[in-house]
Structure formats: C-alpha cells, structure tokens
Design a protein around this ligand. Sequence first.
Ligand code: ADP
Length: 626
Amino acid sequence: MAKKEFQSESKRLLDLMINSIYTNKDIFLRELISNASDAIDKLYYRSLTDKKLKVDKDDLEINLEFDKDNRVLVITDNGCGMTKSELEENLGTIAKSGSLSFKENMTKDEKIDIIGQFGVGFYSAFMVSDKITVLSRSVDSEDAYLWESEGADGYTIKKSKMDGHGTKIELHIKENTDEFEYDKYLNEYELKQLVKKYSDYIRFPIKMECTHHELKDEEKHEYEDIKEIETLNSMVPIWKKPKSEVKDEDYENFYMDKFNDYDKPLKVIHSSVEGMTSYKSLLFIPSHAPYDYYTQEYEKGLSLYSNGVLIMEKCADLLPDYFSFVKGVVDSEDLSLNISRELLQESQSLKLIAKNIEGKIRKELESMLKSDREEYINFFKTFGVQLKYGVYNNFGQDKDKLKDLVMFYSSKHEKLITIDEYVKEMKEGQESIYYASGASISKINSLPQVEQVRDKEYDILYLTDYVDEFCITALQEYNGKKFANVSDGNLDLDTDEEKEEIKKTNEDNSDLLEAMKKEIFDVSDVRFSNKLKSHPVCLTTKGDVSIEMQKVFDAMPNDMGIKAETVLEINEKHPIADKLKKLYKKDKDEFKKYTKILYSEARMIAGLPIDDPTEISKLICEVIAK
Ligand code: ADP
C-alpha cells in the first residue's frame, strides 16, 4: 500500500520531536491518556442528548497493557473513536496553523518553542516509539481503520476490524540506548508512577493488570504472583481536591497537559465558592502569551464542567476580553448538564460565576503588583496591552476596575510605574499628569516638547504602545488629576510673566506668522513659543486627537480621515527666530523656503511623513550651498 506523506511542516516537526529535543519523554503517556479521556468525554456528552447512543457510564474506561518481550505498550479507550477521514485529518497533520517558522541551525530553545506552539500531542509518542499503530472505530461507523507509521517518512491507513467503538494505540517501544532506558515504559511500577504523577485527575478509570506477591504458605515462606486489574488513578479532578492536598507540581502538570503549554503557569488561582451559586474554579495566568494570542484565531474562554462532566470546552462568557489570556476550568453543580448554549448564556448562575471570577483575577493581579512587583512587571509586559485595551473598550465602562493595574514608563524612574504612584509623587502645585507619546522611549526622550517639562522636574509617562493614548483618553483623569499631553498646544507651564511676554511677541509678529501659515496650509496655527529649549521647532496639537493617535487611525484599514489639528511652534529664543524676522522683511522668497524647511523638520521629529521630500531636500541644499 502506498505510503502517505505528512505535510512538509509536520515532517520537520516530527523530526524535531523524534530527535528528542524535548527532554521530558515521560509526557507522551499523559498526552495519550488525555486524548483517550477527551474521546470518552465527547462520547458521554453526546449520549446525554442523543438517545440513540447507548452508553453505560460505568463501562467507560482507559486501559493500559504492556508486553515486555515484544516491547509493546498499548493504550485503549472506548470513547468516540475516529472515522477514516478523522484519522487522516487528526493524525496526518501535526501543525494545523501552517505558519510555523523553521530556521536553519535553530537553538534548542527555539526548537522547544516551535513544538510548544502547537502542543506536543499524539506525536510525542514518537519520542519513545519506533513504530505506532492506531486502530480506531468511530461510534458513527461499522468500520474500523488501522493507521500505521514509523515516523517522519509517512503513514498508511487500511480497513480493519474492531469490536465496538474506541481507539487502541500500540506503541513499539524503542530499544535502550546509552543515554536513555526506554525499558521503563514496559515496567509496571514505572507506568503506575507516571499515571499517578500526570494523569491522576482523569475522570475515567485508567486500568492495568498488576501483579502482587501474595503469601501462600506462611510456614514455607512461599509466595504466589496474583494478577489483578487495578485502577491507577484516583479520578478526583484536581479542582475538586482541597488545596492542601495539591502540590505545586500537580497544578503545573495539569496546566501543561490540559492547555498545551510547555511552560509552567505564572500564577495558579484555585478557589471553592459556596453561596448563591456554588462552584469550584482553577484558573491559570500563563507565563507567556500563547502563540496565537494576538491573532483573530485566538478564542478566549474557560472549560465549563457540571459536576465533573465537561459541558463546554471554551465558555467565552466566563471571561471579560481584558482577561482573555486566563486559562482554566470552572465546575458547578448549579448548571444543568443538558443546558443548551443559548440558555447557558442567559443563565443567572453563569453570570454570577463570571462576575466572581473577574473579581478574583483582578484581586490576584492587584496583590501580585503589591507583593511581587517583578513578577507583575513580567506579567504586564506580556499581557498589559490587553488590560489597557480593556480600559478604553466598551466606551470605558470597565476603566475603574483596571486603572490601578496599568503601568507606564516613567521618565524620572526610568521604569514602569502605576498612575497612582505618579500622582502620589506629584510636585507641589503640579496640576496635571504629564505624558508624551512616541514609537520608543529613546524617540520620546528626544522630543523637543519633553525637554521643557523635564526641565521643570516633572515626571512624564511615556506612551509607546499604540493603545496607550486611547487608554489615557478614556481615563481622562485619575483622582481628580487630569492627563496632559506634553505635545498639546495648550500645555500651560509658563509663569504669568512668561505668558505676557510670548503673547506680545506673537502679536507683534502676527503678519509674519500669517505668511508662514499660508505657505504650509495644513497646520491650523503657527506661533512663537517659549516651551522649547534647544530645539528650533516642534509640532503640537489642539483638540482631542494627538499626532500619535492620528498615526493609529492612518494605519487602520478603513481610513476614517481623522486628523490631528497641528500647530507649528517656533522657539522664540533660537537664532532661527531672528533669522525669520529678518528674512520676512528683506527676502520673501527665502522666507518661504525657510518656512517649508522648518515645517518639514517639525514633521520629521514628530515621526510624520513629508509630502514632497525631493522638494525639501532641494531647498535645504539651496540654503546650505550659500
Ligand atoms: P490535540 O489533542 O492537542 O488536539 P493530538 O495530536 O494529541 O492533538 O490529537 C489530534 C486529534 O486526534 C485530537 O484532537 C482528536 O480529535 C484525535 N484523537 C487523538 N487521540 C484520540 C483518541 N484516543 N480517540 C479519538 N480521537 C483522538
């Protein structure tokens, strides 16, 4: 029979896996057991609504068998099974995303990262086996099929026979090598240990024939080997156990298995709530963003159980968007098993649980921020954008819940601080919370407008994420202190005397300023200013839309034509101010050139494009060639 090839990406992945860059080979067993348990879950859940399916709950089980002489380990389940096309689809493609980036000479960490991107799954069995057969019969079919593969070079599928539905996976275990004793997977004691360690919470019995030595004759000291089927797992879901009985390692193993992560979670939140609605929840904050987190494909949600039975894999209603990174399970006896998705959404119990969970996660983050700042900053660097997005999303309805969780870079402390910390350190007489936005910290540092505020020894929050300014705009104020953009034309830092002085300068030169404005018609104003120290010019804005916000709007697919109202400000103390005044009197042509060059400079500093760079570069050359 012709061998079918794995997809090319799958093949490379399989190569990585087989060549065992993943150091913990043991996990293959938990992956296979977890697939078996999922398959039984699917069948059981279907049987609740599909009366034609006759399923006896007590018959559902997973079996392990091993044959040391033939080096075979068998994992069998009587779950939903797979049809021929499901076998092809599920076991013929490893990387469903189709966008894994392989590089030559990858480091070990990069390789593990790639494997982590899709979860190790079924294929991890190739770390310990040189041949795998999967015999499966779907509940929807009379036929069984046998899938067989010896690794990266492909697989075959043929029709076969099987009593009843389910899946039987036979692993031919590799020979021992100098580095690794594969024999451990053919050993009763080791297998028992592995099940206990990784799969204890599985809801269905994992059975294996075990051997006991039993005393046959006390006087003669004669023993007899008794074979007996044993259930290896306690079957109590980990979230139903009292916290005191669960070790950190158990939580971590459960998380990594259930949510396909290769890293431990950053935080575990295990709670048991009794009251109007009773439920148990086990939540995890991942230590890194899932590979598809910032894509359309990512689906938020918690696994929802009704007294131990899975009713929904990803219940989105249990998590607000701003906590969409949280993974976990919720189990409540108050939810009926047969409830439809639509009714579930309307359920008061579910709404109450969702509300509690939101509060729980928030409290946990607040306390992390207080007690372990370093950890919180790690968290914030990964998921902070989501929180800031939460502040302005839905017209800012959740902003009060989130305002103490967001952080921004402080120019004074040169690290992330909260708004509360900023406000507590405000100088006497300081009215506003100053912020500046730009593409990076160093770019903001060199903004002309920043200089003046820093000179007055005010701290400035630096906004470098595209969501930041929207977040600040939604907040409007914090404890009565308004936010003020240092690039706002109305930023009021001058003394009364300074204000008078600059007002007069502008009045005296109104013709000149008007003439400049004519040359560069897309600004709404041109004025002399004393807010600049060493720089000749800068661009500020009037109104609600700042330059950085305009850039975000410009980058949107449906350009709504929202523009910032810009003001060209000229440093009144800079020699260029005098030069302009002279040229305005003596040489109007030259004056126009200078105006255009200065305006382009201001745009450049603000990170805005220049309409006609060729013209400007020609003008600059004309001026400097003189
Ligand atoms: P994952 O479990 O993360 O989806 P796997 O590679 O482990 O990835 O499995 C791929 C798919 O194969 C599963 O999603 C499931 O549909 C199917 N599958 C695996 N094992 C079984 C099984 N024992 N019974 C039924 N279906 C299975």
